[in-house]
Ligand binder design. Structure first.
Ligand SMILES: *[C@@H]1O[C@H](CO)[C@@H](O)[C@H](O)[C@H]1NC(C)=O
Length: 347
């Protein structure tokens, strides 16, 4: 919550959700419709986000009932995020600590009662424990308590720079403070992209990449937007890492993302492992492409019920320009050698 308030004016003027659904890493079909919510609903969503991230966490300290309310609200918030975007396993992971808000009395009604039931047996053990009638603690138990305590002290100690960062006006979003990266600072959407661009990888079998009659065909990724007619996918909690990286690559240049040239080299060789990460290669079962290039496009959701939607298009795209120029295997030899990457072997 703090990194958002500090990171992007749209979190302060409550307009971030006007953009988020369309520009998030890997939108799903719900995002397509939620993007068209009325403006007041987007303001309400942004305010709710601040309430849930900046106010609700303090409910933990306000007694049992508020703690349970905190757990319920956090789980609801994460479920809404799961439904409205493919944020991999992040939201599922965030639910886990909230489960600690529910004590035995809160969870009890979920289990059948009766003396022979699991609940009955647990109650008996707890009563015995409370009377101090249990067996004396064994060595293993003492060792475990000592290990738990040491871990607690270690985490508290390693959390000092994390908390100092939280209180700092120049807060950083995702960073680690120790070489072992045991306790880190984490944040998401500290700034929200206002416009969606995509890198589209294309190949051609034409011997001359600059010939006007060269036919360029698109490679399709598993989930990220490509063909405007493909429905956005639903994959949470699964995570297509390459699709996610392509989102970052689209608002930087290929010089920041040398791996994308590495990928182009693999595509020029029809490398089966690289192709297995994609949904579709126009060159599978054919000769590999002679040339591969990256094109930069602007993507917007089509309007539900509008002209483009009637043509079966979820997206409307417009070319911005080249992302990286047409490359052949021979062009890449020096580039690969300089980075000590093995040169791709045509399959
Ligand atoms: C490739 O096509 C361009 C544009 O038509 C032309 O100028 C160039 O000479 C061609 N190159 C070769 C090697 O044929």
């Amino acid at each position: 919550g703090l990194i958002k308030i500090r990171g992007d004016p749209c979190w302060r003027d409550l307009t971030c959700m006007d953009f988020h659904y369309e520009t998030q890493p890997v939108p799903n079909p719900m995002a397509y419709y939620l993007h068209r919510s009325p403006w007041w609903f987007h303001r309400f969503e942004t305010l709710s986000n601040h309430f849930l991230e900046l106010v609700v966490p303090f409910f933990l300290f306000l007694g049992r009932r508020m703690c349970i309310l905190h757990g319920l609200l956090q789980i609801l918030f994460q479920v809404v995020l799961i439904v409205s975007g493919n944020l991999s396993f992040l939201n599922w992971l965030t639910i886990v600590p909230s489960l600690a808000c529910f004590d035995d009395a809160a969870l009890g009604p979920l289990f059948p009662s009766g003396p022979r039931s699991l609940k009955g047996r647990v109650l008996a053990v707890q009563q015995e424990d409370a009377r101090g009638a249990g067996p004396p603690p064994r060595l293993g138990c003492v060792v475990r308590r000592a290990a738990n305590l040491s871990l607690g002290v270690l985490v508290a100690w390693l959390s000092v720079p994390v908390v100092l960062n939280l209180l700092n006006a120049k807060q950083v979003m995702n960073a680690s403070f120790g070489p072992l990266r045991i306790v880190n600072t984490y944040g998401a959407f500290g700034s929200v992209t206002k416009e969606r661009t995509e890198v589209i990888l294309q190949g051609t079998a034409s011997p001359n990449a600059s010939a006007p009659d060269a036919v360029w065909e698109d490679f399709e990724f598993q989930c990220k937007p490509g063909d405007p007619r493909r429905r956005p996918c639903l994959i949470s909690p699964y995570h297509y890492r390459l699709d996610w990286l392509m989102w970052f690559a689209a608002f930087q240049t290929y010089e920041h993302n040398e791996w994308i040239i590495h990928l182009a080299g693999k595509l020029l060789a029809n490398d089966p492992e690289a192709l297995s990460l994609l949904a579709l290669s126009p060159f599978s079962g054919r000769d590999p492409p002679r040339w591969v290039r990256g094109e930069h496009y602007r993507y917007k959701f089509s309007r539900p019920g509008g002209r483009h939607a009637a043509e079966g298009k979820w997206w409307v795209r417009k070319r911005i320009g080249p992302y990286f120029p047409a490359l052949g295997l021979r062009d890449l030899e020096d580039y690969f050698r300089a980075r000590e990457w093995p040169s791709p072997r045509p399959q």
